[in-house]
Design a protein around this ligand. Structure first.
Ligand SMILES: [Fe+2]
Length: 419
């Protein structure tokens, strides 16, 4: 049954069937979904929406006076927040059980950071986690007198990705800014690039979690300008502007990598107009924004287990992204090209349109290479990354799909940065 209830009566387990306000005033892309986390409740509270509609056939009803909302509400918050720990083996055995759901919810609250951004013997005021496959565990810490974690060599040598809570993004930004102080002139470019890149990842993460936010879109525009300036200043050098060791796929890390690769390649093929460079950089940063509409349980699902319907859903991210980006004023048609054409190829076997040969724009040809390269060199559930060398050989051998001249320039760009 569909019911209208006050927004503050919403609880975990309810099925939202609409908001009593326009789409633009809510932080959600979909208006029909199950409430699975307190993060979603906080988003509803922050949005200022007064009433929502729930479907009691698909989820929980309003509480009686004697009921508690859920275990999390009934108990005081634990002093140390810990994401659920689960082995990849277990997740593979029981792909659709609650363990997998917990993993998907946990990973959404965490942010992948570059291990190279942390300096041994410095202290950090945020929690650190290490992720290997689907195992997420807090890093063993040495505390200083202030109670802050001290970065040790063992922490930096730990296998897997380092993660922090999304809510600690600002503390991480402050740590990076502080770490930049006192570096030598020789190191300053590398440090500056690290700061630009890590900041860009956080901004993209924020935007993809709230794709209706003009302020977050503006922040992303600024970061693209910083990326372009840095690449021009260093004559095409992109060291530290992209993430090298990617043990797992994070759409925000991938988006920043593809944007940096695309801008550097565009410069290398002779594009000098700032407007054109911006369109390629911004369009590349946003190329997968449509992924924000894909349910996380599909996004994180091993590729081999995807149903035909889910594959179609995933492929729909191109048009979903277009619909999102078109809502923003100031986004030019040129900026949309990398988004629309990043899965096209010269032979016409790509999607969503199957554009053939020169029907694809230059920015589309560039991003089809940079996107494929970054995808191939990133592991994800059901796919083990290949090396940069193997990925470039693969691209070189697919002459009918990828523009050989652009690929040569891309290889030069990577060569300069030691890839
Ligand atoms: Fe894509």
């Amino acid at each position: 049954m569909r019911k209208k209830i006050p927004a503050d009566a919403v609880r975990v387990g309810m099925y939202i069937d609409g908001f009593d306000t326009s789409w633009f005033k809510t932080p959600f892309l979909r208006h029909r979904f199950e409430i699975k986390s307190h993060g979603q409740l906080e988003k509803i509270a922050e949005s200022g929406v007064d009433y929502v509609y729930i479907d009691t056939d698909k989820g929980l009803d309003v509480l009686s006076d004697k009921e508690e909302c859920c275990k999390e509400c009934a108990e005081p918050p634990a002093e140390v927040k810990k994401p659920p720990v689960m082995s990849e083996k277990d997740a593979r055995k029981q792909p659709d059980d609650n363990v997998f759901t917990d993993y998907v919810l946990a990973i959404d609250d965490l942010l992948q950071i570059d291990k190279l951004s942390l300096v041994e013997a410095t202290s950090v005021g945020f929690e650190l986690f290490v992720k290997t496959g689907m195992d997420i565990v807090p890093l063993t810490r040495t505390r200083n007198k202030k109670g802050e974690s001290v970065i040790t060599r063992d922490m930096l040598a730990s296998p897997g990705e380092l993660l922090i809570y999304r809510s600690d993004s600002q503390k991480y930004r402050e740590y990076l800014s502080e770490a930049m102080r006192g570096v030598s002139a020789a190191q300053s470019n590398a440090c500056k690039n690290m700061l630009i890149k890590e900041n860009a990842k956080m901004l993209v993460h924020d935007l993809f979690n709230d794709p209706g936010s003009p302020a977050k879109m503006e922040a992303c525009k600024d970061t693209v300008e910083n990326v372009i300036s840095s690449i021009i200043d260093t004559k095409g050098l992109i060291t530290n502007l992209f993430t090298v060791n990617k043990h797992d796929y994070y759409v925000y890390t991938h988006s920043v990598n593809v944007s940096v690769f695309s801008v550097a390649t565009a410069l290398a093929v002779g594009i000098q107009s700032e407007g054109e460079l911006f369109a390629i950089g911004m369009g590349s940063l946003l190329h997968d924004i449509g992924m924000s509409t894909i349910p996380p349980e599909v996004l994180h699902k091993p590729l081999q287990r995807l149903t035909d319907f889910e594959v179609t859903l995933l492929r729909g991210h191109v048009y979903e992204g277009l619909d999102i980006v078109k809502l923003y004023k100031g986004i030019t048609p040129e900026t949309l090209l990398p988004l629309v054409e990043h899965h096209e190829n010269l032979m016409g076997t790509g999607y969503p349109v199957g554009l053939k040969g020169d029907k694809t724009h230059l920015s589309g040809k560039i991003i089809s290479i940079t996107n494929t390269y970054d995808t191939l060199t990133t592991s994800r559930p059901g796919f083990n990354a290949i090396t940069p060398y193997e990925a470039l050989i693969y691209l070189r051998d697919q002459k009918e799909l990828y523009d050989s001249d652009i690929l040569k320039e891309f290889i030069t760009v990577l060569g300069k940065s030691g890839q």
